[in-house]
Design a protein around this ligand. Structure first.
Ligand code: ZN
Length: 428
C-alpha cells in the first residue's frame, strides 16, 4: 500500500497560495455564529471556492432545522455595583426582566468532586466554574459543569475564561425548555467572586434573548471513486461572535478547501470517493452532523470507510488525531504521517468536542485532527475568546496540517479493503 502523497499533489499543495487567502477570507466573514449574516457569508464563500476548484460539481445542501437563538443583551453587576464584561453562552435562557440576583458559589474548576463537596450549598445560588483547555486528556466539558450546576439546584451559571482581560464564549448545551441563565466572564471577574469572611458575594445577571425555529444547512460535495465507498472530509463553518473564530475553525475550513482543490481532479481513479462536508451548528451541541449521521441507513454507514474531521488544526505545530475509540485506525494514520515526514500523536478516547463524535457514535470510524493537544501554552488555549484571531496561526502550521490531511485522505481513499476493515475495530 502506497502511503506517500503523490509528489505532484504535494508540490501543488505546497505552492497553493489560495490556502492563506481562503483562511483570511474566512476570518473576514467574522465569528460565524449560527443564525447570523456572518455564517451565511461564510457558506457563500465556501460555495464560491469549491465551484472555482471543481465547476462541474454543484454539490448539495441538506437543510438543518434547529432551535434558533439570538442574544439581545447581557450584563453582570458585581457586589461593588460595577458592571463586568460578560458573554451569554449559546442557548442560555433569559433572566426575568429585572435580572437574576443571587449569591455566587465558586466551585473552582468545577470537577465532580467540587460539586459533590458543595452539594448542600449550591441550591438557590449561582455556580461559578472555570473554562478548561479543551484539547487535553481529562478535560471536563463546560456542558457537563452546566448540567451538574442545574442538577444541584443552581439558579445561574458563570464560567471564567482562560485569558486575562477577555470573556469566554461557548454553548450551554441547552436545547429548548428549562435551563439556567449562563454567562462567560473574564478570569479577573471570576477572581472577584470568591467567598470572603462576609460570605458569598451577590451579583445580578441580566440576559435578554430571542428564540424560535431556525434553519441552516450542511453543504456536501461528492467526488466519486471507482467503488460506492466514501471517505468523508469535514469541517464546521460556525463559530462564536466574539472575534473571527480563526483557529476554531477557519483553519479547518481553509485546509479542507485546499485538499479539495488538490485531490478532486484525481479522485475518479481512487478506490473510494471523497465526500467533502461543511457542517454548521457544531457549536450548538454538534447539531448539523448529528442530523446527518442519524439520517444514514446502516448500509450507508458501512459505505463510509472513514471520517477525517478538521477542527482547530493550526495555532500550534503539533498535531494530534483523536481516534475516537477506533483503535484499528491508529496504525494506519501513524504510518501515513511517518511516510509523509510528519509527526502525529494518536489520542484514543472519544471526545464529543466536534463533528467526528457523531460519526464515531454512529459506528463509522472517525478521527479529529487538532493542533496543540495537551499543550497549555499553545495558542489553542484562547479558542472561544476574542483572541481567537488570525495572528495566532502561522502559515507553516496551516500548510503542514493541510499536507497531512491530504495524505491521510488520499491514503484512506486508496487503502485496500482488508486495511479499511481494520479501521472498524474498536478498543472496547
Ligand atoms: Zn470547533
Amino acid at each position: 500500500m502506497n502511503l506517500t502523497l503523490d509528489p505532484a499533489i504535494a508540490a501543488r499543495l505546497a505552492a497553493d497560495t489560495s490556502l492563506w487567502r481562503d483562511f483570511n477570507d474566512i476570518c473576514d466573514c467574522g465569528g460565524r455564529l449560527a443564525g447570523t449574516e456572518s455564517e451565511k457569508k461564510a457558506f457563500a464563500l465556501l460555495r464560491e471556492r469549491v465551484r472555482a476548484a471543481s465547476p462541474a460539481n454543484s454539490g448539495r445542501s441538506i437543510p438543518v432545522p434547529y432551535n434558533g437563538w439570538k442574544p439581545k443583551s447581557a450584563s453582570l453587576r458585581l457586589p461593588s455595583g460595577a458592571m463586568a464584561a460578560c458573554h451569554p453562552l449559546v442557548r442560555t435562557i433569559a433572566t426575568p426582566k429585572g435580572g437574576l440576583t443571587a449569591e455566587v458559589i465558586d466551585l473552582g474548576r468545577g470537577t465532580p468532586d467540587e460539586f459533590a463537596e458543595h452539594a448542600a450549598e449550591i441550591k438557590g445560588r449561582i455556580a461559578l466554574v472555570r473554562h478548561e483547555l479543551m484539547f487535553a486528556a481529562g478535560t471536563i466539558h463546560r456542558r457537563r459543569k452546566y448540567d451538574a450546576a442545574r442538577a444541584a439546584g443552581a439558579v445561574g451559571f458563570l464560567i471564567g475564561g482562560p485569558l486575562q482581560g477577555h470573556v469566554v464564549a461557548g454553548s450551554s448545551g441547552r436545547d429548548t425548555g428549562a435551563g439556567i441563565p449562563a454567562l462567560g466572564i473574564a478570569p479577573e471577574t471570576a477572581a472577584k467572586l470568591a467567598r470572603t469572611a462576609a460570605g458569598w458575594p451577590t451579583v445580578t445577571m441580566t440576559i435578554e434573548t430571542d428564540e424560535g425555529p431556525a434553519e441552516t444547512e450542511t453543504l456536501v460535495y461528492d467526488y466519486p471513486g471507482t467503488s460506492d465507498e466514501w471517505v468523508v472530509l469535514s469541517a464546521h463553518v460556525d463559530g462564536h461572535d466574539l472575534a473571527e473564530s480563526a483557529m476554531d475553525n477557519g483553519s479547518g475550513l481553509a485546509s479542507v478547501l485546499a485538499v479539495t482543490r488538490a485531490l478532486s481532479p484525481h479522485v475518479a481513479k481512487y478506490r473510494r470517493g471523497l465526500r467533502v462536508m461543511f457542517f454548521s451548528v457544531e457549536e450548538w451541541a454538534l447539531t448539523g452532523s448529528a442530523q446527518y449521521v442519524q439520517a444514514l441507513s446502516e448500509a450507508e454507514r458501512r459505505k463510509i470507510a472513514l471520517n477525517v474531521n478538521l477542527d482547530s488544526v493550526a495555532g500550534s505545530p503539533n498535531l494530534a488525531a483523536l481516534s475516537s475509540g477506533y483503535a484499528g485506525v491508529e496504525p494506519f494514520m501513524l504510518r501515513v504521517a511517518e511516510a509523509n515526514g510528519q509527526s502525529l500523536r494518536a489520542v484514543r478516547p472519544l471526545m464529543t468536542n466536534s463533528d467526528h463524535a457523531n460519526f464515531a457514535a454512529g459506528g463509522i470510524p472517525a478521527l479529529r485532527l487538532v493542533a496543540g493537544f495537551d499543550d497549555p501554552n499553545a495558542h489553542l488555549r484562547v479558542v472561544l475568546t476574542p483572541a481567537d484571531t488570525r495572528d495566532k496561526v502561522a502559515q507553516s502550521e496551516l500548510r503542514q496540517a493541510t499536507l497531512l490531511t491530504a495524505a491521510l485522505t488520499a491514503a484512506a481513499c486508496n487503502a485496500d479493503p482488508a486495511e479499511a476493515a481494520k479501521w472498524r475495530v474498536r478498543s472496547s
